[in-house]
Design a protein around this ligand. Structure first.
Ligand SMILES: C[S@@+](CC[C@H](N)C(=O)[O-])C[C@H]1O[C@@H](n2cnc3c(N)ncnc32)[C@H](O)[C@@H]1O
Length: 320
């Protein structure tokens, strides 16, 4: 079967956005996946036995795939937004193709992870296509349209592994709303937080993030510039989002232990001793708040799936 690649995001776009993030002291979590070292670290982390936090969701998809399949049309394009290694989308596609015709499209900002997704799907004999692209409305609506013209009429967009909680949420919702029609489905997986927070829960979640493997990966988001652990250290905090106080968030900050000057894209940037840059965040949603959020963003929930520990939620949605 054919494989096609298209590039909708260039290195220049990424560098320009990165410069602005450095100036604003807030780097998007997506930068920890972009680049050779970064993507390899992600692949290694996912396959490592140490990162238990990341193993459950794979088996969770196994538990829910049959029920999801029952909702979907006979001919369907699965469009994975932020496919990464493609593991969970593959579990779903293997199920769908038992009874349906399917095609697979990955929309992924990291070209290295996009390639990895495809090699992972090698043994699936369906049409596969990759767009190296940011999740922005202009790109996704073009991708959606062109896939409908060349393949099936109906889409299932998947946004798995808390990619929703690693991006500005209104942007993701807007991107989706602009690209889907009333027959399409969206499958969103997010990390959940308990309604009542206990010190034990907070410590557990901090431990899942403040460890050597994860911190090394987070440091790679500074890999585009000359900032390393020689210049400072990471601080991991459990917070309520400043703009949406009902959302919990695990944040990684890099604190400078000495003054530092760097040059990037022709600009000099000065960092003072003790200054911090936000280098990663992962939002955790309380179940009812997340359902309200989906509604207020224009989606209706057809089915929700929760894992036994209520750590992960998968929501099958449509446009309202
Ligand atoms: C948290 S991982 C989740 C991966 C996978 N879906 C899973 O369930 O394991 C996020 C993936 O989405 C990609 N990604 C994150 N933000 C993105 C954006 N704004 N545009 C395109 N891809 C993005 C990253 O490169 C990474 O591969």
């Amino acid at each position: 079967m054919s494989i096609e690649y298209s590039y909708y995001t260039t290195k220049k776009d990424l560098d320009k956005e990165y410069l602005t993030s450095l100036q604003l002291r807030s780097i998007s979590p997506k930068y920890r996946f972009i680049g050779k070292k970064q993507s390899q670290a992600r692949i290694d982390m996912y396959s490592s036995n140490d990162s238990k936090y990341y193993i459950n969701p794979k088996t969770f998809m196994d538990d829910v795939k049959t029920e999801i399949s029952e909702y979907l049309a006979q001919n369907i394009n699965v469009i994975a937004l932020g496919s990464s290694n493609g593991n969970k989308d593959k579990i779903l596609l293997e199920e769908l193709t038992k009874t349906k015709q399917a095609s697979f499209v990955a929309v992924e900002i990291s070209k290295e992870l996009a390639s990895y997704t495809l090699s992972n799907m090698n043994d699936l004999d369906i049409h596969k296509e990759v767009f190296v692209s940011d999740l922005i409305p202009e790109n996704l609506s073009l991708i959606s349209e062109s896939i409908r013209e060349s393949h099936f009429k109906t889409h299932l967009f998947t946004i798995l592994g808390n990619t929703f909680g690693n991006n500005p949420q209104e942007l993701i919702s807007e991107t989706l709303r602009d690209s889907i029609n009333s027959d399409d489905y969206v499958l969103i997986e997010v990390h959940l937080s308990p309604d009542r927070l206990t010190p034990k829960y907070i410590q557990k979640i901090i431990n899942a993030y403040d460890n050597e493997v994860y911190n090394e990966q987070v440091m790679l988001s500074l890999g585009r510039v000359d900032i390393s652990t020689e210049d400072g250290y990471l601080e991991v905090e459990f917070e309520h989002d400043k703009l949406f106080p009902e959302i919990d968030s695990i944040k990684h900050y890099f604190r400078f232990s000495k003054p530092k000057m760097i040059r990037f894209m022709g600009k000099d940037l000065y960092f003072a001793k003790d200054e911090r840059i936000l280098v990663n965040y992962s939002n955790k949603y309380k179940l009812n708040n997340f359902k309200d959020l989906l509604k207020s963003h224009g989606f209706s929930i057809n089915k929700e799936f929760l894992d036994e520990n209520k750590q992960f939620g998968i929501f099958l949605c449509k446009l309202r």
